[in-house]
Design a protein. Structure first.
Length: 116
């Protein structure tokens, strides 16, 4: 069973930066799409960014120009560089991986808190 594990969350002031990482453990033939989602208190979980196996990235409008998603296929990792953070970016950030063509796995999340 594949289990993504996130790291890199924390408390930062508005305008600051954080880098989230997610590494997949377990047995798999290949990792397909990888992505980051977030859920703020009282809100639904939303997509932040995704990246395909060939490196094509997509972002939600609210983070375009501030966040960058990247992946290292050899290390089975996906990262999210977050710059110019805003208080509204405060949320639990989750890593999601699609693997072996049709299977999905979620990480348990990492807290990001941006103070004003």
């Amino acid at each position: 069973q594949v289990q993504p594990v996130e790291s890199g969350g924390g408390l930062v002031q508005a305008g600051g930066s954080l880098r989230l990482s997610c590494v997949a453990s377990g047995s798999m033939y290949r990792i397909d799409d990888m992505g980051w989602y977030r859920q703020a208190p009282g809100k639904r979980r939303e997509l932040v960014a995704t990246i395909t196996s060939s490196g094509d990235a997509n972002y939600v409008d609210s983070v375009k120009g501030r966040f960058t998603i990247s992946r290292d296929n050899a290390k089975k990792t996906v990262s999210l560089q977050m710059n110019s953070l805003k208080p509204e970016d405060t949320a639990v950030y989750y890593c999601k991986m699609k693997y072996d063509g049709y299977r999905y796995a979620w990480g348990r999340g990492t807290q990001v808190t941006v103070s004003s």
